[in-house]
Write a new protein. Sequence first.
Length: 179
Amino acid sequence: MNTPAHMALSLAALGRRARKGDIWWILGGALLPDLFLYAEHFLGRGASGLLVDLFNSVPLYAALLVGALATNRRRLVLLAASALLHIAFDLPFHAGDAHAHFWPFTDRAYHSPVSFWDADHHGRVFGLLEAALTAVCLWVLWTRKRAQRVAAVVLGVLYLNAFVHFVGHAFADSHWALW
């Protein structure tokens, strides 16, 4: 899934009873696993593989979640849960661009047979499923408080831009087959 889709999903799943300021922690958790990929893109520097693995590590976010629950740190719970939700939806949909989600225990990445964007791995189908899921999440956000309605509009615009960039290429490039 692309980052705005992760953010919409996390906010829809975790933001129902959000208190003032909670949405920033939820959105931040959904952004964290992709943070160094954006740094690499915008700064033109190669992101360290270790930092990408660190920010995509299930064991580290799980430890943060357990620690936050044990110390009653609500916002850290939201951050960790949001990052884990991001990773849960990344893991089955990254073929050639997978991350080492179980670092530091292993630096091996699971390369899924399907992708949300790569048509060589059914990206057209899964890209459309992602778009449908994102539309449902945006609708859920639209039905909530004003702050989440604003987030729905912003994330919707960001998602459309990402959808055209990643998934749109699969439809525009004639050598990529649907099945």
